[in-house]
Design a protein around this ligand. Structure first.
Ligand SMILES: *Cc1c(COP(=O)(O)O)cnc(C)c1O
Length: 230
């Protein structure tokens, strides 16, 4: 299957998953995950209708954003950082990305806030939550979430839009459902406490339909659009 066809298939799966769970498909945005994917394939996805591209490395994204801008393409694309961000890359991240999905500490939030202030930007962010105890996963723990949200709320140049999570991988997507449900519950709890958040970034190629059933507003899909990465 080509990229165009694969992209359209994912779009229609999103619509079906939304309708099946009584949700408005317009409330779910597809982030085409383009890490390791080359520009010609990325352009094909954009031509098929991709509006948001997700990258997990700042340097790789920098090259692509430059190349995209040099191509003087007219489509307005959003670039999202979905991977872990180190403090020393915060400046470049603020320059490149419309939305950073992976803020997971007060220190990192402050760094991003500082660079956003210098640039005169209000940086849109999500807070990444770690719901499993896998050592390899980034994210703030459930116990420290409200404290981090409170600190971020005081940072003028950040616009906190919601939460993101990356559950452990399971072959059976039903096994990820409890993680998605948990993230939604945490968001609802924060909303009850007065925080404004409306985005839930959750679900990947293997489980985005389940994530949509549990309230995802941003699904991050790579393999199902571009094929297996090397
Ligand atoms: C790679 C990646 C994805 C996409 O994974 P696929 O299984 O290829 O859809 C989503 N989110 C993050 C954070 C990733 O690093």
């Amino acid at each position: 299957m080509g990229i165009t066809e694969a992209f359209r298939k994912v779009q229609s799966q999103i619509v079906h998953a939304a309708m099946n769970s009584g949700r408005n498909p317009a409330h779910i945005k597809l982030v085409a995950v383009t890490k390791t994917v080359n520009m010609p394939e990325i352009i094909e996805a954009i031509q098929a209708g991709a509006l948001i591209l997700g990258e997990n490395r700042v340097q790789e994204a920098q090259k692509k954003v430059k190349s995209y801008e040099l191509g003087l393409r007219s489509e307005k694309i959003e670039w999202h950082l979905i991977g872990n961000l180190q403090k020393n890359k915060a400046k470049t991240a603020v320059e490149l990305f419309d939305l950073i999905h992976s803020v997971d500490s007060a220190g990192l939030a402050e760094e991003v806030d500082n660079h956003a202030r210098k640039t005169g930007k209000k940086q849109r962010i999500l807070v990444q939550v770690k719901l499993s105890d896998e050592a390899t996963k980034h994210g703030i723990t459930e116990n420290n979430l409200m404290d981090l949200l409170t600190k971020i709320a005081k940072m003028d140049c950040l616009k906190m839009e919601g939460l993101m999570t990356m559950p452990p991988y399971f072959e059976d997507p039903e096994k990820t459902r409890p993680y998605f449900r948990k993230l939604k519950q945490l968001a609802d709890k924060a909303i009850e406490k007065g925080f404004v958040l409306y985005e839930l970034s959750m679900g990947m190629s293997n489980d985005f339909e389940v994530a949509i059933e549990e309230g995802a507003t941003l699904v991050r899909v790579g393999t199902a659009i571009f094929g297996e990465r090397d």
